[in-house]
Design a protein around this ligand. Structure first.
Ligand SMILES: [Zn+2]
Length: 320
């Protein structure tokens, strides 16, 4: 049963309702000015403090040493990279190893390589990927990526001005079954398994990250010799007691072996597509090389000797 209300109560309700809604015509017929809503203040995000994320030091030798994912910083202000297939494990001890290589080279030669370290953990930022994959598409890191890559560009350019030509060496760590240093020249395992003559006839080295060196090595060494013969970095490392592939003793990974060919930076900072800098991605095994401070220091010293010889024989640096 519907309760009957007095008419005055109903009219009062309608009147009050009109006033409360606002913005429309009042009962007096005068149009009220539109009500301006208070300005909405967007939530304030403080700018990302990037202090300490990246480290660069200039050098005096035509050599650039880089550790792109040996960092440990995990700021909570940066979301994790969750992209499909993104590698997020850091390369343990490679930042320290890169530093030791630079110090050892300076001790041995009196000249210092350029150094670049990414201190962010790989779960936040990968210094060896294109923009989207490096940042996990988190645009807050676009500036970090741009700073990182442009500093690598300028380091390689400055290093090349020191010696006319330069070598970019990127320090990584692998956990593959075979304990050997994997030197990546952008050539696949299948290409490395070609015979020496097939490599030469097919001009395969023109697709490598040391394509320019093949044309102007001071020693006059052949393309195959520079890749895995007596003139190669692999030969020098193996001779120092650190097995490496490719090298005279181990010219190519077997078909079943895991092997890193080189990544984004080896393409960008090497000479496959031109430029004055060759690049090699150096993947280091763990036990006996980068596991303890003592082993890292010993390897850094031997690598410095090898690099000094490689630069002298193949790049003519320092000029006599
Ligand atoms: Zn790596």
């Amino acid at each position: 049963m519907i309760a009957r209300r007095p008419l005055t109560v109903l009219l009062l309700g309608i009147f009050l309702g009109a006033v409360a809604c606002g913005g429309g015509a009042s009962d007096s017929g005068v149009v009220a000015p539109p009500v301006t809503p208070p300005p909405v203040t967007p939530p304030q995000t403080p700018p990302l403090d990037t202090t300490g994320f990246l480290e660069f030091t200039a050098g005096t030798a035509p050599l650039v040493i880089v550790a792109p994912h040996g960092g440990a910083l995990k700021p909570t202000t940066i979301p994790d990279r969750t992209c499909t297939g993104c590698e997020v494990l850091a390369d343990a001890n490679t930042a320290d190893l890169a530093r030791l290589i630079v110090d050892a080279f300076e001790r041995r030669t009196g000249k210092r390589p350029f150094l670049a370290l990414n201190h962010l953990h790989r779960v936040k930022f990968d210094g060896n990927r294109d923009l989207d994959e490096a940042t996990g598409s988190h645009t807050m890191l676009n500036g970090v990526w741009n700073s990182w890559q442009s500093a690598l560009d300028s380091s390689t350019a400055r290093a090349a001005r020191v010696g006319g030509r330069a070598l970019y060496l990127e320090v990584h760590g692998h956990a593959h079954e075979v304990a050997r240093i994997e030197l990546g020249y952008l050539l696949t395992g299948t290409q490395l398994r070609l015979s020496d003559s097939a490599l030469t006839v097919g001009s395969v080295m023109r697709q490598s990250s040391i394509a320019r060196l093949v044309t102007d090595a001071r020693s006059g060494a052949s393309d195959v010799a520079l890749l895995r013969g007596a003139a190669s970095l692999g030969a020098l490392l193996t001779g120092a007691g650190y097995p490496a592939v490719p090298s005279p003793a181990d010219p190519a990974p077997k078909a079943a072996d895991s092997y890193f060919t080189g990544g984004y930076n080896t393409v960008r900072h090497g000479s496959r597509d031109g430029g004055a800098t060759d690049a090699i991605q150096m993947e280091c095994y763990f036990a006996g090389l980068r596991d303890t401070a003592e082993n890292r220091a010993a390897f850094a010293d031997q690598l410095a000797v090898a690099l000094a010889e490689f630069l002298l024989k193949q790049y003519g640096w320092p000029a006599s």
